[in-house]
Design a protein around this ligand. Structure first.
Ligand SMILES: [Zn+2]
Length: 318
């Protein structure tokens, strides 16, 4: 697996693609990387994300200039208590637009109700059409900002001004761990096996005509089979939150079929979740009237999903 660090901090002749380490040189996968990946896989599957299509036309001075933008975005209406996908067109032809004109240049084309079916792909196909003298387009996917869907409840809306409920999932940094004297510990540069966990893989782009290697690069990566300690904290407010945790586990399953970090197309970054446990801390525990419950030795994500029901038996929802 390779999770890239900042190569700017390395001297010339150093690695092209260093693995991320903390201030003590311990190897880790940042919680933010894990969050971003799981979120994007869930958004793709559910069709809950924002799409921005920018169209271009020919320009006399430059190659091309923006002609219009189509925005397709899930939005929550408090009044109707519903999420709808709003399709908006923004005309970019008016050059010196002031605030009032800007409003007039925006037009809502469609409001689509979500009835459990993924509709965003259909909408992209419908609106991804060049008009008049347009010559090109650019399409961008941006995380959901509706604030009301399961993904926004788990990870928070992309723009914090749309927060409707507290964010449920916090993913900690995952450190590379080893077993020592029958205990798990974070791999430290002082450990003699430290260097065995990192490998350098030279990669070349072969010159198609001469058959010689061009631009040799070195990718530092963590050896296959390395173990990381993955930890997520969920804040539970009501019994319906069980579905949010199950949604998160769905994201973990999608990740097992995908990859983590860079160069996934070259076979890096395969992950598998193993040796899992659930630690339940009911509110009585914090009030010193109750105890922590532990559900251990969970070996697969399907099993984990079943054990979530068991964990919820330990909460008293009023
Ligand atoms: Zn959302």
């Amino acid at each position: 697996m390779h999770i890239g660090g900042l190569k700017e901090t390395l001297k010339i002749g150093g690695l092209d693609n260093p693995v991320i380490k903390d201030g003590f040189d311990r190897i880790l996968i940042p919680g933010s990387s894990l969050k971003g990946k799981i979120r994007s896989l869930l958004e793709k599957k559910e069709g809950m994300y924002n799409v921005k299509i920018t169209f271009f036309k020919k320009d006399n001075k430059k190659d091309k200039k923006e002609s219009r933008i189509i925005e397709i975005s899930p939005e929550y209406s408090k009044k109707e208590n519903k999420i709808k996908i709003i399709v908006k067109e923004i005309n970019k032809d008016n050059k010196n637009e002031n605030k009032k004109e800007k409003k007039e240049n925006e037009k809502i084309l469609e409001k689509v109700e979500i009835d459990g079916n993924v509709v965003i792909g259909d909408l992209i196909n419908k609106y991804l059409v060049l008009k008049n003298d347009e010559i090109d387009y650019k399409i961008e996917g941006i995380p959901c900002s509706c604030g009301a869907c399961n993904i926004c409840k788990l990870f928070g809306p992309h723009h914090s001004k749309f927060v409707l409920e507290p964010i449920r999932a916090r993913i900690r940094d995952s450190y590379l761990i080893i077993e020592k004297d029958d205990e798990e510990k974070i791999l430290d540069p002082k450990d003699e096996e430290y260097s065995k966990f990192l490998e350098l893989k030279p990669e070349n782009i072969i010159d198609r005509i001469k058959g010689t290697a061009q631009h040799p690069r070195h990718t530092e990566r963590v050896v296959a089979g390395s173990k990381f300690k993955f930890e997520v904290v969920f804040d539970i407010y009501k019994k319906e939150d069980r579905e949010l945790i199950k949604k998160f586990i769905e994201g973990m399953k999608l990740l097992e079929d995908d990859y983590l970090g860079g160069s996934g197309s070259r076979g890096y970054g395969k992950v598998e979740f193993k040796n899992m446990e659930i630690i339940v801390k009911p509110k009585e525990y914090y009030e010193r009237k109750g105890e922590i419950k532990e559900i251990k030795e969970i070996s697969s994500l399907d099993e984990l999903e079943n054990k979530v029901d068991e964990a919820f038996n330990h909460f008293n929802f009023s």
